[in-house]
Design a protein around this ligand. Structure first.
Ligand code: HEC
Length: 116
């Protein structure tokens, strides 16, 4: 039974244990949706980029968080991400890391035609 509830509302189950998110109304998934939508302009729907930006779908949460912290501190050079990372709280980064790690990675590229 608990499994079914988790399947239906994975985000609630996935985040309700986290002390980081306890104060922030983690049950409110609409906030996460708004945040993730702001990334979609460059990183594609659900983090599956079709342009030159990195694909976020399926990234390990620890890697994701480390990159966001490096953008914030300036440890990792970036064209635009330092700006986006600085606008997020630690809790929001944790939510986004969890969200994107759960998105299936989709290959968007068309097959390359044979050249002969
Ligand atoms: C204006 C376009 C743009 C937006 C909006 C944007 N990004 Fe990025 N993102 C980039 C680019 C370009 C890079 C490559 C590093 C750089 O040049 O800044 C990047 C890199 C990253 C990386 C590193 C990926 C890796 O494989 O190392 C992460 C993580 C990331 N973005 C997360 C986010 C999140 C989360 C959001 C939304 C809050 C977001 N980005 C919004 C353009 C964008």
């Amino acid at each position: 039974m608990r499994w079914r509830i988790c399947a239906a509302a994975w985000l609630l189950c996935g985040t309700s244990m986290s002390p980081v998110l306890a104060d922030e109304g983690a049950a409110d998934t609409s906030h996460l949706r708004v945040l993730a939508a702001s990334c979609a302009a460059c990183h594609g729907t659900n983090g599956n980029s079709v342009g030159g930006t990195p694909v976020l779908a399926g990234l390990m949460p620890a890697y994701f968080v480390a990159q966001m912290q490096a953008f914030r501190s300036g440890k990792r050079d970036s064209t635009v991400m330092h700006h986006h990372a600085q606008g997020l709280t630690e809790a929001e980064i944790a939510l986004l890391a969890d969200y994107f790690s759960r998105q299936p990675r989709v290959t968007m590229h068309a097959p390359v035609p044979e050249s002969n």
